[in-house]
Design a protein around this ligand. Structure first.
Ligand code: KE4
Length: 435
């Protein structure tokens, strides 16, 4: 492999270090979302000054090739000129009205056209809000209270989803955060990803009580883990038999794995779909949607209450609509697949050549290099990873100008702004950072 002309060195981050000290005086942990604090890898987080295309620049002027993509939304790359211009034009007419606008109807129609399961949609302001509302909707529609989720999947920070598995396989959940009442957690049951038997066991243990099964159809919050063949189809059949809602949390996979998300890619149509990230083009948008008869529950059409001051916000609708329209251009997903393949193949070749235990899962433009032997089908498998080797890799890449998620339990994201040369430069850094 050719050596880089002038090795990139971004290890001087003194301004970020000073900024982090100041931030910790006024923000819990110095951040507005925990993962940004780099606690899992240690050290000081990078403070970003600006971003454009596939690149970030920090306060010290270092440039990074970005594979976090603000955790998924930046699928076009950062600050796409057409998105920025649309936001600017929209802002000239005001930023929020708290009243209906034509843009919300147009955006809803676009989402309905793209996502197979959605016949009617409600916009909210985050993925957390979308999933929280979808759970309430499943409970309203079925009249049941229990929810099944999967260990290792993350669905935002609502009380009933910050719940981990209890001691026994079929026991009720226990809080996974301070402040979550045990009574709330008890309504949430945990199954094992890619293990249909674990789901069937819960339906047998709680007959007629389960409102819905909530899943990331491709897991992205325990690293990227795809469904085994037949797993999603099995969930679809089981929930149909049990008259429970199948809820796909496509906050991360929506519009990334295909125009219609994982449900289009894998050909399994849920009852309710949750969306976020890409749908807002980098501005705060979440959404939940599904069949007409289910969405008829949602106020003011039906009895299930949900509301939001900034829901359907004009700026967010403008950014999201422009993003989705650009994603629908021919060749988009082929290009994302090709870049993902180039990066995944290159990383695997490095690990193989060096005899490093690894497993790589990549689905289109999202992937994770696990420093653990495969197979990796669920959360327990991921927990075998070599933490020291991951941390060496993370910092080795950051110091060479490649910005990765600061946790083995996250997915990496490629954008349409990344080039083959960016991937090649990434692999040159990885050649030195994987050890
Ligand atoms: P937000 O509330 O952060 O918009 O969405 C919550 C959420 C829901 N569902 C899935 C599948 C998600 O991945 C997320 C949020 N993802 C994390 C990254 N793994 C966001 C980053 C963060 O928490 O700061």
């Amino acid at each position: 492999m050719s050596q880089p002309a002038s090795p990139v060195n971004t290890a001087n981050r003194t301004r970020s270090e000073a900024a982090f000290l100041e931030a910790q005086k006024v923000l819990p942990g110095g951040v507005n979302s925990p993962v940004r604090a780099f606690r899992s890898v240690g050290g000081t987080p990078v403070f970003i000054e600006k971003a454009k295309g596939a690149y970030l620049w920090d306060l010290d002027g270092n440039r990074y090739i970005d594979y976090v993509g603000t955790w998924g939304p930046a699928i076009l790359g950062h600050a796409h000129p057409q998105v920025i211009r649309k936001i600017q034009q929209t802002a000239e007419n005001g930023t929020s009205f708290g009243a209906p606008t034509l843009m919300e109807t147009e955006m809803a129609q676009l989402v309905i056209d793209m996502v197979p399961s959605i016949e009617k949609v409600r916009f909210v302001s985050s993925g957390t809000e979308a999933v929280m509302s979808a759970i309430r909707l499943a409970r309203a529609y079925t009249g049941r209270t229990k929810i099944i989720k999967f260990e290792g999947c993350y669905h935002g920070h609502s009380d009933y989803l910050l719940v981990k598995a209890g001691s026994g396989a079929a026991t009720q959940g226990v809080p996974d955060s301070a402040g979550v009442p045990a009574s709330t957690a008890a309504e949430t049951l945990n199954a094992r990803f890619n293990d249909l038997d674990s789901v069937e066991a819960l339906f047998r243990a709680y007959p007629g009580q389960i409102a819905g099964v909530l899943i990331e159809p491709v897991a992205g919050n325990m690293g990227c883990i795809p469904p085994l063949p037949g797993f999603l189809e099995g969930l679809r059949e089981l929930t149909r038999q049990e008259s429970a809602c199948l809820i796909f949390d496509e906050v991360m996979t929506g519009f990334r794995l295909a125009p219609g998300g994982a449900q289009e890619r894998f050909g399994v149509t849920p009852d309710i779909t949750c969306l976020g990230k890409i749908i807002g083009g980098g501005l705060p948008v979440g959404a939940y949607g599904g069949k007409l008869e289910i969405m008829a529950q949602v106020a003011p059409e039906g009895p299930m209450y949900q509301a939001g001051t900034l829901s359907g916000n004009p700026l967010a609708m403008a950014a999201g609509m422009e993003t989705l329209k650009l994603l629908r251009q021919p060749g988009t997903y082929e290009r994302l697949e090709a870049l993902g393949q180039q990066l995944g193949d290159g990383l695997q070749a490095i690990c193989q050549r060096k005899g490093i235990p690894y497993h790589l899962h990549g689905v289109g433009a999202m992937m994770t290099l696990f420093f653990a032997e495969g197979p990796i089908h669920n959360y327990q498998d991921v927990c075998r990873f070599d933490r020291e080797r991951f941390n060496r890799f993370f910092w080795g890449m950051l110091d060479r100008g490649v910005y990765l998620a600061p946790s083995q339990f996250e997915a990496g994201f490629i954008s349409l702004a990344h080039t083959g040369a960016d991937v090649q430069a990434t692999l040159e850094a990885a050649e030195l950072a994987i050890r």
